[in-house]
Design a protein around this ligand. Structure first.
Ligand SMILES: [Zn+2]
Length: 487
């Protein structure tokens, strides 16, 4: 008995020693960045020019016949008149209608180019919610220190901000050593196949192999990461995959006065319940593991100890972190039943019932793996399980945080916002950048816009806006990035 106790004590002490050692050697990964002179920018004028861009209803509708070419024509005319020097100095190609590809030719042909992405289109305003906006969504108003309107964050702030940075540099007489492409799709919100995918095709056909591409997908967040009060620059190094699975239950139909033991609706409901109870397993790996490696050392002792010792506490961490919908989405492939279809009349038993379940796939899982998991979890031969055609995308590759492009962006962010903590992260939605993945292993997703907790719902929601000063930071990040990477 005594021997067992002593042995146990030794094991506990050994574990504690290792855990403490790992905690104390869990060093900050924040890059050292030499401070830079602040470029004089007229923030009010920047805000005015962004506001002007928000007045065009460049909306992507699910039904592509609603595409309004006049709005896109007007928007592109606006860009030409607003950024005249850039348009004189850069080559512009139109790709597949409204895609825009600018080329700012570098002087050193042996340097791989960089590609800055953004999209011209925005999501519609949900009918019936227009009156809830503090300022109308398409009038580009500036009040209370904010630029209001659909696209302020997603993604015209990024598009116009990129143009501002280049216009500024062209005006100052700068000439890049490395070629810079600006590539602006026009249907990102409905998949990007007509815009970004075609621009990527064109670059691929010319054998362009970028040093990196930079798209939206991460932001300068405040209050989103518990335990860190400084702004946290979340740089997307991967994005989740996507598949929607159709479940169809078959049973005998007929008159509802004499129902059989088992009905199509009942079978389907039970199948969905089993599926919700058997979620894909949680895992801390890839981009989420990298995020903990970057955030952990910046935290106080308690959380730092947990994050430094995932070999011991990973299970608890995944459970705790996965307790919120946002955290859950970072540590597993999520399961979301979205559509139910059955029945035509209240006194007729339907012979089939169908449900659609949307999965967002964690890097490391796959479309095939998800479909297999669903079959296994539903476990009923009377329910067919089929992925919906056109909805299958595996998770992206994971960009290395040790490669120069991520490090360069991290340094750039800290030059512009010295107090920021930079961290890699996993983008849970999709971006146009996935169309460029075959051109380069270095796909980065970040816009320097400040985002608080309550700003998340503004993206695609009501009262989308960006702070006038926050927008100037967006421009400064692009400016500094161009200086660091291309000049
Ligand atoms: Zn977007």
């Amino acid at each position: 008995m005594k021997k067992t106790l002593v042995a146990l004590l030794i094991v506990v002490l050994a574990l504690a020693t290792v855990a403490l050692e790992r905690t104390f050697t869990f060093r900050s990964r924040q890059p050292q960045a030499a401070p830079v002179a602040v470029e004089p920018l007229d923030t009010a004028a920047l805000a005015q020019r962004l506001a002007g861009a928000l007045r065009f209803k460049t909306i992507s509708y699910q039904d592509s016949s609603q595409f309004d070419a006049r709005e896109f024509d007007g928007f592109q005319r606006y860009l030409r008149t607003t950024f005249p020097r850039l348009h004189a100095a850069l080559k512009l190609e139109r790709v597949n209608g409204y895609g825009l590809l600018y080329e700012w030719m570098g002087s050193e042909a042996n340097l791989a180019p960089i590609v800055l992405l953004a999209h011209q289109d925005v999501v519609p305003v949900e009918p019936g919610t227009e009156s809830r906006w503090t300022e109308p969504p398409f009038e580009g108003r500036i009040t209370g220190g904010y630029v209001w309107g659909r696209g302020a964050l997603d993604d015209k702030g990024s598009l116009v901000g990129t143009l501002e940075a280049v216009e500024h540099l062209v005006t100052a007489g700068a000439k890049p050593r490395r070629t810079v492409y600006l590539a602006f799709g026009y249907d990102e919100e409905v998949g990007g196949r007509r815009g970004a995918a075609r621009i990527a095709d064109l670059l691929a056909s010319r054998n362009v192999q970028p040093e990196f591409v930079l798209d939206e997908g991460g932001a300068l967040t405040t209050g989103l990461v518990a335990g860190i009060s400084a702004p946290v620059a979340l740089v997307g190094i991967a994005e989740k995959g996507y598949v929607t699975v159709a479940l169809t239950a078959q049973a005998e139909g007929g008159h509802s006065s004499m129902p059989p033991d088992e009905t199509a609706v009942g079978l389907l409901a039970a199948g969905i319940t089993r599926l919700e109870h058997h979620q894909m397993p949680r895992a801390i790996r890839g981009p989420t593991a990298a995020m903990f490696d970057y955030l952990g050392p910046e935290m106080s002792f308690g959380p730092r100890l947990v994050l430094a010792n995932r070999w011991l506490l990973g299970g608890i961490l995944a459970r705790r972190f996965g307790a919120t919908p946002q955290g859950n989405a970072m540590v597993r492939t999520t399961t979301a039943p979205t559509v139910l279809q059955a029945g035509i009349k209240e006194n007729v038993l339907p012979s089939s019932a169908r449900a659609l379940v949307n999965f967002r796939i964690l890097p490391g899982d796959s479309v095939t793996g998800v479909v297999e998991h669903v079959r296994h979890a539903v476990h009923d031969a009377r329910i067919s399980v089929e992925p919906l055609p056109g909805t299958m995308t595996n998770a992206s590759a994971v960009t290395s945080v040790d490669a120069e492009p991520f490090q360069l962006l991290a340094r750039t962010i800290r030059q512009v916002v010295p107090e920021a903590v930079v961290s890699p992260w996993l983008v849970v939605g999709g971006t146009d950048s996935r169309h460029y993945a075959r051109l380069t292993p270095n796909v980065l997703r970040f816009v320097g816009a400040a985002m608080g907790k309550e700003d998340l719902r503004r993206v695609h929601g009501t009262d989308e806006r960006v702070g006038v000063r926050a927008y100037a930071v967006v421009v400064r990040v692009y400016l500094q990035l161009l200086k660091n990477a291309a000049l």
